[in-house]
Design a protein around this ligand. Structure first.
Ligand code: FES
Length: 147
């Protein structure tokens, strides 16, 4: 990495936190897969959610992109862990960029992380809603069968 990068970027780039994948078919997992049209870099960020409390109990990422994107996703996984889903929706790319002291040309790299967090939460919620309606359908069917 060029020398002008902040030591936090270098640290997260050299020792990225929470690299990995969860099973995307696991109903407690939300997957956010986003790309940056400007450069073609891709980021996958996943959250594991506790169904009863709505708390994010774990997070991981895989990023095919530049050092700033890798550092941004590493920071993002650290920031979302232990938080409520609603809370992490307000994480702004500018906060991540500030934390890492990203130069302006690298702002879009932190945007990927913000987008990926949102996408992961939406994916989880969509899955959960689907699961909920499937259970309702079963309940309805059972009721109808009883009648
Ligand atoms: Fe595209 Fe960083 S250069 S994500």
């Amino acid at each position: 990495l060029p020398r002008f990068y902040h030591e936090r970027v270098v640290d997260h780039y050299n020792n990225p936190r929470n690299v990995g994948s969860f099973d995307k078919n696991d109903p407690t997992v939300g997957t956010g897969l986003v790309g940056a049209p400007a450069c073609g870099d891709v980021m996958k960020l996943q959250i594991k959610v506790d169904d009863t409390s709505g708390k994010i109990v774990d997070a991981c990422f895989k990023t095919f992109g530049c050092g700033s994107a890798i550092a941004s996703s590493s920071v993002a996984t650290e920031w979302v862990k232990g938080k409520q889903m609603e809370e992490v929706l307000s994480i702004k790319n500018t906060e991540i960029a500030k934390h890492l002291s990203l130069p302006p040309v690298k702002l879009h790299c932190s945007m990927l992380a913000e987008d990926a967090i949102k996408a992961a939460v939406h994916d989880y919620k969509a899955k959960y809603a689907k699961l909920g309606s499937a259970e309702e359908e079963v309940a309805h069917a059972e009721k109808a069968a009883d009648a």
